[in-house]
Design a protein around this ligand. Sequence first.
Ligand code: CMC
Length: 393
Amino acid sequence: TGYITLDTGFKNTGATTSSITFLDGEQGILKYRGYPIEELAEKSTFIEVAYLLIYGELPTPDQIKDFQYQISRHTLIHEDMKKFFDAFPHNAHPMGQLCSLVSSLSAFSPESLNPSPSKSDTNLAVIKLLAKMPTIVSWIYKGSLGEPFIYPLNKMDYISNFVHMTFGRVTEEVEIDPVVVDALDKLLILHADHEQNCSTSTVRIVGSSGSNLYASISAGISALWGPLHGGANQAVIEMLELIRNDGGDTEKWINKAKDKDDNFRLMGFGHRVYKNFDPRAKIIKKACDNVLEKLGINDPVLEIAKKLEDAALHDPYFVERKLYPNVDFYSGIIYRALGFPTEMFTVLFALGRLPGWIAQWLELRDQKEPIGRPRQVYTGETDRVYVPISERK
Ligand code: CMC
């Protein structure tokens, strides 16, 4: 069957060509469609960046107005879907709920099941997903609290509407804090795409078999859940809490992370591609100080995070292996300051990554890529003699 190159973890295998996101891990450069991440995080809104990733260009004022209008027409989810939220136990992990709910959207959008959908049907699925995801995420949160769901208010912009549904109350008007909206805008932009990472590759490989957009994104959400990927943002805060409750001895935990007989890893550190500072981590660290100060929050785990970072950056183990803080190291501290519980962090990552997954799925279809089907190097038994069950010992 020919020669097979073995590359477990696809460390050096390009699976596609792509014109969406550029990443130089040696230099620490990240660009969406040619625009540096630093500039987008500073000057753009999340919804503009979503448009950029999906359609390839920054929108004009008319285009963004129309895009937001289209999204606003689909922010409600089918009333029957409420039964799903009721059926989950209150303490069910939000990521488990999210992938089920996103997959189930296909049941309410039969047009998405057409194996060769028209351009307008595909665009409808894109708009519906962008529109319904914030509603689903907010309702998962409300469900976890046992509070009534808050319906979307379409006069609001994308992020404000999400904040309204998440932190609003049916019994009183809750003011939307612009500090919270700005911080979320920035964080979601920083998470919006990251070329062929584990969840994006999953979305592409599932989409390559002809699966619909909802099913493909749902698979991406499952891939994101793992602690080595998006789940790291939850794991970081849990680690920082653990260190704090253990007396805050960061050196002890750095030594544990270095110990090859210990499974403990410094969560939020290291990256498959970045062998330099993750540019997203740099922006988030600054934003973290800024947001906490503006909200008047003094979080003791921030102190621990900074001590850990400093110790690791000066430790030969981390230096030699080029391990730097990644996007997940400081993001959780901001999410927490905004009022989100730890279990919601990875769901927020998914909300941010959604436009990237969509753009990559569309690109796969446009490029008419073949079904993804890696090979293997077989290491099992070869010729064995079959023994009938009555004779097996
Ligand atoms: N703590 C301690 N040692 C580490 C860490 C860490 N966080 N990360 C890597 N190493 C060591 C690893 O043990 C290995 O050492 P050696 O060469 O002696 O065997 C070396 O560094 C290379 O690591 P690797 O596991 O071969 O690298 P990888 O590219 O397969 O894994 C990673 C990348 C991100 C999974 C890994 O760095 C890690 O587990 N980090 C902690 C989890 C985390 O923060 N994940 C979020 C990633 S960024 C955002 C996202 O994708 O969602």
